[in-house]
Design a binder for this molecule. Structure first.
Ligand code: ADP
Ligand code: MG
Length: 449
C-alpha cells in the first residue's frame, strides 16, 4: 500500500469526499487506495465511444413515436414509465435545445479461453441524474496526493469529470442567452449525496458566475411560475433545469410533484435531460437497441459496429434461444443473468433466487416490464478499500463509467464530448454497484506500464 490511512482520510474530509449518514452524521465516502489498471488503448477506446453514444441516444430521445412504440409493452404494467410517457405526449415546450449529461458504465469481461485481451462490456447508458462528477474528480486528486512522491503517480489518469460537466452546464446557460439566469437543480429532500451536487454548483459559480437554485419537485410546484415561457424561480430565470431527482417513483409521492415536473416540461428552460431522453435511457430501450436493425435506425454502420462491440446479450421476456424460452433458461441458470425492471438508482435488479421467484410469480404482462441481461463476467483484482475509517485488502471487481456532455439544438450539435470517468470498485461477491447505496468504493484509473 502506498500511503498512510490517516492522511487519506484527512484528505477526504478536507476535500469534500463526504456524505451525510441517516443519523445526520458526516462520514467520508468509501474509497479505494489502489487505483484500477487500464491500458492506454482501452482508455482511448472508451473515450471515443462516449460522443457516439451521446449522439445516438439523444436522437432516440427526440423520436417520441419510436419511444411510444418500443415502450408500449412496458407501459401496460409499469405505471411510472406510463406517467412519464403521458407527460411527454401532453406537454410541448418552445425550447429547441437540450443538454445531456450522460454516463456510460462498463465492466471489463474476462477473456474467453485462448484469448489474452479483456473487452469492456456496457452495463448501461445513464441519461439522468448521474452522480459523482465532483467526487470522482476529488478521488483522482486524492490518489495524486497519495502518490505525490511515488513514480507511479505519473501514470494516474487525470479526470475532467467536474470541469467537463460544469463547462457544459455553463454553455447551456449561455445558449439560453438571458439576463438574470440561474440553474435549477431538481433535488430529493434529505439527499445523502448532497456534497457531490454542491461541489458541482460551487464549481459553476466560481468559474462562470451562474447561481444554482436547489428545489424539490413539490417546491417547484409551490414556488415557481412560467412568465413569457421563462421558468421563474427565486427571482431568477431558470435557463437550465438539471435533474438530480425525478428518476424514481418515490420522487413523485403526490400530484404536486408531478405538477412540478409538468411546469418544468412546459417551460422554455433547457432540460437536462428532456423527458424523451430520460425514456431513451430505460433498460427496455437498451435491450431493443442491441438488435442491429434497431440500432441502424439511429447510427451509421461504422458507428453501430463500434457501439455493439460493447453489448452483451439482452432479452425481452418473450424471446427464445434455440427454441427454448429465455424465462425457462434463466430459471435453470439464474447465476448467469440479471433481471432488470425499468428503474434507476441502484438496488432494483434481481439476481439468483430473487430472479427465479420473480419469474415464477409474475404474470406474462408484468414480465414485459423487465429485461433479462447476460451477467458480465468481470476480471477480479486485489484492492485496498477504505470504509468508515477502516482499510482492508480484498478481491474486487471494478466498473468504469465514462461521463459525457452533449448540447444540441435539433440536428445542430453545439457540444459533444467525453469529460472524464468514474471508477467504482467493490468486493467480488457483491452484485449491485452503487456507492451511495453502500455497495462500492470510489476509485481512479492508472495506466499500465
Ligand atoms: P441502475 O440503473 O440501478 O444503476 P444498473 O443496470 O446500472 O442499474 O445495475 C446496477 C449495478 O448492478 C451495476 O452498476 C453493476 O455493478 C451490476 N450489474 C448490472 N448489470 C450487470 C450485468 N449484466 N453484469 C454484471 N453486473 C451487472
Ligand atoms: Mg447503473
Amino acid at each position: 500500500m502506498i500511503s498512510r490511512l490517516d492522511d487519506a482520510i484527512d484528505f477526504a474530509f478536507t476535500n469534500g469526499l463526504i456524505k451525510r449518514a441517516q443519523t445526520g452524521q458526516l462520514k467520508h465516502v468509501p474509497f479505494s487506495l489502489t487505483p484500477y489498471l487500464i491500458t492506454s488503448s482501452e482508455q482511448d477506446q472508451l473515450e471515443e465511444l462516449t460522443p457516439l453514444f451521446n449522439d445516438v441516444m439523444t436522437r432516440v430521445g427526440d423520436d417520441s413515436a419510436y419511444l411510444e412504440d418500443r415502450l408500449a409493452e412496458v407501459v401496460r404494467t409499469d405505471t411510472f414509465t406510463k406517467q412519464l410517457m403521458s407527460l411527454m405526449k401532453e406537454t410541448t415546450s418552445d425550447q429547441p435545445a437540450q443538454l445531456l449529461l450522460s454516463r456510460s458504465d462498463y465492466i471489463a469481461e474476462k477473456p474467453e479461453a485462448g484469448l489474452v485481451n479483456r473487452s469492456h462490456k456496457q452495463v448501461e447508458f445513464n441519461m439522468i441524474s448521474n452522480s459523482f462528477p465532483f467526487m470522482a474528480t476529488k478521488t483522482y486528486d486524492l490518489h495524486r496526493y497519495l502518490y505525490q512522491t511515488h513514480s507511479d503517480g505519473q501514470r494516474l489518469v487525470p479526470n475532467g469529470a467536474l470541469s467537463g460537466y460544469s463547462e457544459a452546464m455553463a454553455k447551456a446557460v449561455e445558449y439560453y442567452d438571458s439576463t438574470n439566469s440561474c440553474i435549477l437543480m431538481v433535488v430529493q429532500p434529505g439527499e445523502s449525496n448532497i456534497f457531490d451536487q454542491r461541489g458541482l454548483e460551487y464549481e459553476i459559480l466560481k468559474n462562470f458566475g451562474y447561481p444554482t437554485v436547489r428545489m424539490t419537485l413539490e417546491q417547484i410546484a409551490a414556488n415557481s411560475r412560467i412568465q413569457n415561457g421563462h421558468l421563474m424561480v427565486d427571482g431568477y430565470i431558470a435557463a437550465l433545469t438539471y435533474f438530480r431527482a425525478g428518476y424514481t417513483p418515490s420522487d413523485y409521492k403526490n400530484k404536486d410533484a408531478w405538477r412540478g415536473r409538468q411546469i418544468i416540461e412546459a417551460s422554455s428552460s433547457i432540460k437536462c435531460p428532456t423527458i424523451g431522453a430520460q425514456l431513451a435511457g430505460t433498460k427496455k430501450i437498451q435491450q431493443v437497441l442491441t438488435n442491429p436493425a434497431e440500432l441502424s435506425l439511429f447510427a451509421e454502420p461504422a458507428v453501430a459496429e463500434k457501439l455493439s462491440d460493447t453489448f452483451v446479450k439482452i432479452y425481452s421476456m418473450t424471446d427464445t434461444i434455440d427454441g427454448q424460452s429465455v424465462v425457462d433458461i434463466a430459471m435453470e441458470r439464474s447465476d448467469e443473468y440479471v433481471l432488470k425492471p425499468q428503474r434507476e438508482g441502484g438496488g432494483n435488479n434481481l439476481y439468483n433466487q430473487e430472479l427465479v421467484e420473480c419469474l415464477d410469480t409474475s404474470t406474462e404482462d408484468e414480465l414485459m416490464a423487465y429485461i433479462l441481461m447476460e451477467k458480465i463476467r468481470a476480471m477480479d483484482h486485489p484492492s485496498v478499500l477504505v470504509v468508515e475509517g477502516q482499510s482492508s485488502k480484498i478481491d474486487c471487481i471494478s466498473e468504469i463509467g465514462r461521463y459525457g456532455a452533449c448540447l444540441r439544438e435539433g440536428s445542430n450539435m453545439i457540444l459533444n464530448n467525453d469529460c472524464g470517468y468514474l471508477v467504482r470498485t467493490k468486493a467480488r461477491e457483491v452484485n449491485e454497484g452503487g456507492v451511495s447505496a453502500g455497495f462500492a468504493c470510489l476509485n481512479s484509473l492508472i495506466l499500465k506500464d
